[in-house]
Design a protein around this ligand. Structure first.
Ligand code: HAM
Length: 421
């Protein structure tokens, strides 16, 4: 029996990996423009990092982590996200000693034991940025602008940017209390998850997807009436910077996000057209996390996006990530040993000159090789038969115009480089 891949994982085959590489290149270029440098952290970490970092009341920590004991008896978890790891690395490598802010980016696989469905996987890929060391609201706005700019470049349509403030440890307890007072009479009507959230994290009830919880939540008090002056002023300034950058946003007082570490700004970009898993990215400020992980109080803000969801959002539209398939040259020769050796050497010369080149690796006929040149979408067929070999030339056929000319072998690479598209 053939073994299948685990549920909720994907094989990305060559017809799509070209698009992934283009997306990655686009993201790296954006990072260069916005001044972010790459960090690569381990794919697994000590479980305690996520318990403390992501938060013990979150769905991620309570039911979605891939946790196991290693042979040394340590509890290890495959990273469900990368913010906690980035903070750990910031502390462990003393990046706080560098000029602040420190701006880092990452991309790679994350793991969550979720119910697989369209757009939701157990192994998925995130790209994210984290900006450490400034509490300035311009940093929040810059992070949001970065995300927005990516989707603009990708020409993804029907985007919605939602922002909110989830307050801080000074003002959130009063709001939490007000929410508990509001939800208490409805406790029995709430879904089982929300009933368990009621004590520890009633804010999460607000963005529950269950229609009943949503309907009850509609009348709940709004965080805006509880924000302290600092949080209110910060939120106002983030909005002013976004307005200055010409980025349209919607205030969503019910968006609290599924991770415990957020303070002040929280945001998401959604694309309604991709269905239930509409969040293409999410992030916010997390001024308490570094301290929670044992460091000095350090303000920070960032976001992460689901790379698979970019492809879902692009499905059905011709896009910026479309790859040009096709090679530069296909060498067509005969199976005579001398010619095979010479054409083999020629292929190497062309590849050394930077040309993508294919050559028949069996002993197929001239006609079959011509067909192969078509199948590879070669820009040129380089015909290298007995006559050409004797003359030290190759016949170069432009596969789109059908024109054919003879070129001396020592000029061939230069000619092809100059004429390829
Ligand atoms: P998150 O909202 O959990 O935030 O994930 C960010 C994005 O990752 C989501 O908007 C979604 O596009 C994608 N994503 C999440 N789970 C899955 C899944 N199971 N399958 C496919 N895509 C998924 C974070 O992870 C935070 N660390 C973001 C952040 C960075 N906040 C501050 N800095």
């Amino acid at each position: 029996m053939v073994i299948s891949r685990p549920r909720g994982t994907n094989d990305f085959l060559p017809e799509v990996t070209g698009k992934w590489q283009k997306l990655e290149a686009m993201l790296r270029e954006l990072c260069r423009q916005y001044g972010y440098q790459e960090i690569r952290t381990p794919i697994f970490e000590e479980t305690e990092l996520f318990n403390r970092g992501v938060g013990s009341t979150t769905d991620i920590v309570q039911k979605e982590m891939y946790t196991f004991s290693d042979h040394g008896g340590r509890s290890i978890t495959l990273r469900p996200e990368n913010t906690a790891s980035a903070c750990r690395a910031y502390l462990e490598n003393k990046l706080y000693g560098q000029i602040q802010p420190v701006k880092l980016y990452y991309m790679g696989p994350m793991f969550r034991y979720e119910k697989p469905q369209a757009g939701r996987f157990r192994q998925f890929h995130q790209f994210g940025i984290e900006l450490f060391g400034t509490e300035d609201p311009a940093a929040d706005a810059e992070v949001i602008c970065f995300a927005w700019e990516l989707y603009r470049r990708l020409q993804i349509k029907n985007l919605q940017l939602k922002i909110n403030s989830v307050g801080c440890p000074h003002c959130r307890p009063q709001y939490k209390q007000a929410l508990q007072d509001f939800f208490r009479p409805h406790l029995n009507e709430l879904c089982p998850s929300c009933q368990s959230r009621f004590e520890r994290n009633p804010l999460r009830i607000l963005d529950c997807k269950s229609p009943i919880c949503q309907e009850i939540g509609n009348g709940a008090p709004l965080i805006y009436d509880f924000l302290c002056e600092d949080c209110r002023d910060h939120f106002q300034q983030v909005q002013s910077f976004l307005n200055a950058a010409g980025i349209a946003f919607e205030l969503d007082p019910h968006m609290v996000r599924g991770l415990d570490y957020y303070t002040k700004t929280a945001f998401e970009i959604q694309v309604a057209a991709i269905g239930a898993q509409s969040a293409v990215c999410g992030g916010g400020r997390y001024d308490g996390l570094i301290e929670e992980l044992g460091g000095e109080p350090t303000p920070a803000v960032g976001f992460a996006l689901g790379m698979e969801r970019i492809f879902s959002a692009l499905a059905g539209q011709s896009d910026e990530l479309e790859t040009k398939d096709g090679i530069d040259a296909y060498i067509i020769s005969s199976s005579a040993p001398q010619l095979r050796a010479a054409s083999f050497a020629l292929a190497n010369t062309l590849r050394s000159a930077g040309l993508s080149t294919e050559i028949e690796l069996g002993k197929k006929s001239f006609k079959a090789q011509m067909k192969a040149a078509d199948r590879f979408h070669a820009a040129f067929a380089v015909i290298f038969g007995e006559d050409e070999f004797a003359q030290g030339t190759a016949a170069v056929k432009d596969m789109s115009s059908g024109e054919q000319i003879n070129i001396p072998l020592d000029e061939l690479a230069t000619y092809l480089c100059a004429h390829r598209q």
